[in-house]
Write a protein that binds this ligand. Structure first.
Ligand code: ATP
Length: 514
C-alpha cells in the first residue's frame, strides 16, 4: 500500500496535478498547490458538488462568505474554547502525536490481526470456509473483538468528557510505543487549539485578534437571515458554500488528506425543530448516492457512526472511503440542532429566527449539515482512478500503461487532437483547425510532439477520455480516428460529429441525474 501511495504522490507531481507549496524553500508542511491539471480536476469536482446541491434542489442556494469573520463568531460557535485536539509528545523522538489517533492506531492493529486470522483460516479450510461462522466462534478472534470494543468505549468516554488524563492512562495501559523511537516515554496529554490567528492592523491586543476560519459553516449561520429574507425561502431550505478553511493540525501527514489549508464544501439545511432526525436520515442516504454516482465500487465506502458526539450535535455519521492507507473520513453528516444559530442569537443580542407562516410562530431552526473536504475527495478520486494495466503495444507485445480512469465528466482535458506525424503541414494545419473548432466546447489539447503512442500514453496519464487523430485519410474522407481511453477501441468518426460525441459523453449531467 505504501508503494501504491508513493506512486500516486509522484504521479500527481510529475503530471502537474499537485505540487508541494514553496518547494524551492524545501516546502511548507501540509500545504500544497494545485497544478494545471489539478486545478481543472478540482474545479470539476466543485462543479459536481455545487450543481448537485444548488441546481438539483430548488430549495438550496449558495453563498461565498469571507474567510475573516468577527472574532465573536468563534466565541459563540465554541471554537475558541473547545476546538482542541489532545496532543502528546514522545520524549525520545521529540515527535508530536494526537493522543486519540495513537489509540485509534492501536485499534486498527487489532482489526488487522482479525483480518489476518480470517485470511489464514480461509486458506486452511478452502471452499468450506464460512467467514461469518468463523468470526462468531473463533476464540482468538473473539478475544481481539472484545478488546477492540473495550478500547473503543474507553476512548469515546475520554473524548466526550475531554478527559486528558484518561487518554494518557490509555496510552500507558495499552503499551503504545512511538513509531519512530519505539519508546513509551510520553509527556502528559495536553489540549491544543487548532485555530490559526492573525492581527488586524489598526487595533492592538486581543480586540484585534482575528482567526482564519476553521470551517466554512459559520459564514452560513451568520448569513441565515440575509439569505432567507432575500430569497424568501421557506423551511426546509439549505445554504451551500465552497471555500478555504484552516486548521493548525498537530500531525499533518498522508499528502493532501490532512492539510493546514484546505477547502470545504458545506451545506447547512435548516429545518423545523423535531424533523431534524428525518432530514438527517435523508441526507445520509442522499450523500452516499452522490458518491456512488461517481461509479467507484460501493465497497470502497462505508458509514461510521460517531462514538463521541461534538458539543453541538445530536446525531453524526461519517462517510468513509477506502484510501490507500485504509478507511478514513471523507465527509461528515451532522445534526447540529439549533446550537449555532442560538449561540449567535445570544452573543449578538439580535433575533435570529424564522417566522413560520403556517404555525404563525417564530423559532430558531434546527440544522442538518453535510460537510466534505474537497482535497480529500480529490485524493479519493485520484487513488481509485490511477491504475496500471497490461495492454498490447504497437507490436502486439505486453506493455504496462499508467492510466487515470477518471469519470469522463471530471477529466481535466476531455479531448486531445493529435496529427499523426509532426512535420506534415497538411496534417498539423488540419489538426489545429479541428482543435480550434472544439476548444470552446470543452477543455481540449493539441499535441504534436513525439510518436503517437507516447502521446496516447501522456493523455492516459492525465485521464483524457478521447484522443482524436488526424491522418492522411482525414484529408480525403473528412474523418478522424477516435481512441477511447479505457477500452482502447478506435473508430472512424466524421469531423463534424466529434463535438457532439465528446460533449455528450463528458457532460456532468449524466452523473447528476444518476
Ligand atoms: P478529522 O477527524 O479527519 O480531523 P474532522 O472530523 O475534524 O476530520 P470535520 O470538522 O467534520 O472534520 O470537517 C469536515 C470535512 O472537512 C471532513 O470530512 C474532511 O473531509 C475535511 N477536513 C477536515 N480537516 C481537514 C484537513 N486538515 N485537511 C483536509 N481536509 C479536512
Amino acid at each position: 500500500m505504501d508503494d501504491q501511495f508513493k506512486k500516486l504522490t509522484s504521479h500527481c507531481k510529475e503530471y502537474g496535478f499537485i505540487f508541494q507549496s514553496s518547494e524551492v524553500y524545501d516546502g511548507l508542511a501540509a500545504v500544497y498547490d494545485y497544478g494545471p491539471y489539478g486545478v481543472e480536476l478540482k474545479n470539476n469536482l466543485k462543479a459536481y458538488w455545487w450543481r448537485a446541491m444548488t441546481q438539483a434542489h430548488d430549495n438550496i442556494v449558495g453563498i461565498d462568505s469571507a474567510i475573516f469573520m468577527h472574532p465573536k463568531t468563534w466565541k459563540a460557535s465554541g471554537h475558541v474554547d473547545a476546538f482542541n485536539d489532545p496532543m502528546v509528545d514522545n520524549k525520545d523522538s521529540r515527535k508530536r502525536y494526537r493522543a486519540d489517533q495513537l489509540i485509534e492506531g492501536y485499534m486498527e492493529g487489532l482489526e488487522n490481526k482479525i483480518q489476518k486470522e480470517v485470511t489464514k483460516a480461509a486458506r486452511r479450510f478452502g471452499d468450506t470456509f464460512d467467514p461469518e461462522m468463523f468470526l462468531a466462534t473463533n476464540a482468538r478472534v473473539l478475544g481481539y473483538q472484545e478488546e477492540h470494543g473495550r478500547v473503543r468505549e474507553r476512548l469515546a468516554k475520554a473524548m466526550t468528557n475531554g478527559d486528558l488524563e484518561a487518554l494518557g492512562e490509555m496510552i500507558t495501559d495499552l503499551g503504545i510505543a512511538c513509531p519512530v523511537s519505539g519508546s513509551r516515554n510520553w509527556t502528559e496529554v495536553r489540549q491544543f487549539n487548532l485555530m490559526f490567528s492573525t492581527q488586524l492592523g489598526n487595533i492592538a491586543g486581543e480586540e484585534g485578534k482575528l482567526y482564519l476560519r476553521p470551517e466554512t459553516a459559520q459564514g452560513i449561520f451568520v448569513n441565515f437571515l440575509n439569505v432567507q429574507n432575500t430569497t424568501r425561502q421557506k423551511l426546509p431550505f439549505g445554504i451551500a458554500q465552497i471555500g478555504k478553511a484552516f486548521r493548525n493540525e498537530i500531525v499533518a501527514r498522508q499528502f493532501i488528506f490532512r492539510m493546514r489549508e484546505f477547502e470545504q464544501m458545506e451545506m447547512q439545511f435548516f429545518v423545523q425543530p423535531g424533523t431534524e432526525l428525518d432530514w438527517y436520515a435523508y441526507w445520509k442516504e442522499a450523500r452516499m448516492k452522490w458518491h456512488n454516482a461517481l461509479g467507484f465500487p460501493t465497497e470502497k465506502y462505508r458509514y461510521h457512526d460517531h462514538d463521541n458526539l461534538a458539543h453541538y450535535a445530536n446525531a453524526a455519521v461519517d462517510i468513509e472511503f477506502e484510501f490507500p492507507f485504509g478507511f478514513r473520513e471523507l465527509e461528515g453528516i451532522h445534526s447540529r440542532t439549533d446550537f449555532d444559530l442560538s449561540a449567535h442569537q445570544e452573543l449578538s443580542g439580535r433575533k435570529i429566527q424564522y417566522f413560520d407562516p403556517e404555525s404563525n410562530t417564530s423559532y430558531v431552526p434546527y440544522v442538518v449539515e453535510t460537510s466534505i473536504g474537497l482535497d480529500r475527495l480529490f485524493l479519493a478520486v485520484m487513488s481509485h482512478c490511477l491504475q496500471e494495466e497490461t495492454v498490447p503495444d504497437s507490436k502486439g507485445k505486453d506493455a504496462t500503461r499508467t492510466v487515470l480512469k477518471l469519470p469522463p465528466a471530471l477529466a481535466p482535458v476531455k479531448c486531445a487532437v493529435l496529427p499523426l506525424v509532426k512535420n506534415k503541414p497538411e496534417l498539423t494545419e488540419k489538426a489545429r483547425s479541428i482543435f480550434n473548432s472544439l476548444k470552446f466546447a470543452f477543455p481540449c489539447q493539441y499535441d504534436e510532439k513525439d510518436a503517437i503512442g507516447r502521446r496516447y500514453r501522456r493523455q492516459d496519464a492525465i485521464g483524457t477520455p478521447f484522443c482524436v487523430t488526424v491522418d492522411f485519410e482525414t484529408l480525403t474522407d473528412g474523418q478522424v480516428t477516435v481512441r477511447e481511453r479505457d477500452s482502447l477501441a478506435q473508430k472512424r468518426v466524421a469531423i463534424e460529429a466529434v463535438e457532439h460525441m465528446v460533449s455528450s459523453q463528458t457532460d456532468l449531467k449524466s452523473m447528476l441525474t444518476g
